[in-house]
Ligand binder design. Structure first.
Ligand code: ATP
Length: 292
């Protein structure tokens, strides 16, 4: 095999709690992570020529060692003593800097792709360790499906599959900086926290209504204070029949769950024109049972 094509899927958080501050400056988190089917496409081709040549469809995205795809490929070349180099094409559809872990998903997919392309015998645990050194969300993006994530996000407990549902993702045209949101977060000002154990119980029962009632993200108030449009979009998602709606990660993407494609599409059309949103996608949840 000289070439491989892989999907890099986005994630949402159905629960996000900040439980403490660490000495290394990071926060301790407790989150329920869920992979969705919105994905970037990555093609990796073996080359006799040394080095990594990365191209992407986004002109503003750096294609050097600032890109997580480049860094993942470099890690695998170094860790596995790969001779020669790679040509990589990255086709992005996942909105960037959106709370959807697009960069981490690309990074995870590149690690998995390099392992397959070069027939490297490396267990997932080791691949996840390499991933962790590149970003806290990367191990989850390797595991995929539904999981409880703790620590910085790298301590993972897999959970049973999430109930099937359509997922509308809307990223308003604003740029949110994750470090700024964490800096402005104050434990003293948190009014509502997710009951993570309750949500896990609902996931085990496949009870989407219960999951939606329990959804909570402690970062939402911080981001909404700066960008009230986020709560307007949430309200519109609910008015258009969502079973539940929330901001993902540190934002600004808002997601809504819909029990039919038609309902989700009506919501998409309204929200796209009402809020002038270009980055809006109707997708489904991804459960990784036997899938690549
Ligand atoms: P998270 O949910 O983990 O906070 P995010 O959705 O906020 O992630 P990303 O899209 O993963 O953010 O990336 C944010 C920044 O990372 C971008 O501004 C970009 O410069 C850099 N980056 C590096 N590699 C990539 C990549 N392959 N795709 C997108 N962004 C990348």
């Amino acid at each position: 095999m000289d070439r491989i094509n892989i999907f890099a899927r986005a994630k949402i958080n159905t629960a996000l709690d900040v439980v403490g501050k660490r000495e290394d400056g990071y926060h301790d988190l407790r989150m329920i992570m869920q992979t969705v089917n919105l994905c970037d496409n990555i093609t990796i081709s073996k080359s006799k020529e040394k080095g990594i040549r990365l191209q992407s469809n986004l002109s503003w995205l750096p294609c050097d060692s600032r890109n997580l795809v480049y860094r993942a490929a470099q890690e695998m070349i170094d860790a596995c003593g790969i001779k020669g180099g790679v040509d990589i094409e990255l086709k992005k559809r996942i909105p960037a800097a959106a709370g959807l872990a697009g960069g981490s998903a690309d990074c995870a997919a590149t690690l998995i792709g390099m392992r397959s392309l070069y027939g490297i015998n490396m267990p997932n645990e080791q691949l996840m360790k390499i991933g962790e050194s590149l970003g806290a969300d990367v191990p989850f993006c390797i595991m995929r499906g539904t999981a409880l994530a703790e620590g910085k996000g790298e301590i993972l407990t897999p959970l049973p599959p999430f109930p099937d549902t359509f997922v509308l993702l809307a990223k308003p045209p604003i740029n949110v900086s994750t470090p700024v949101i964490f800096k402005e977060f104050s434990q003293a000002e948190v009014k509502e926290r997710p009951d993570i154990e309750k949500m896990i119980a609902y996931i085990k029962q496949g009870d989407l209504k219960g999951i939606c009632e329990t959804m909570c993200n402690v970062l939402e108030t911080v981001t909404v204070n700066k960008y009230p449009v986020i709560s307007d979009i949430k309200r519109s998602m609910m008015e258009y029949g969502a079973d539940g709606s929330m901001m993902s990660g540190s934002g600004p993407t808002v997601f809504g769950f819909y029990d039919s494609y038609e309902k989700g599409l009506e919501a998409l059309k309204f929200i796209r024109s009402r809020y002038h949103i270009k980055e809006i996608h109707l997708t489904t949840v991804f459960n990784n049972k036997g899938k690549m």
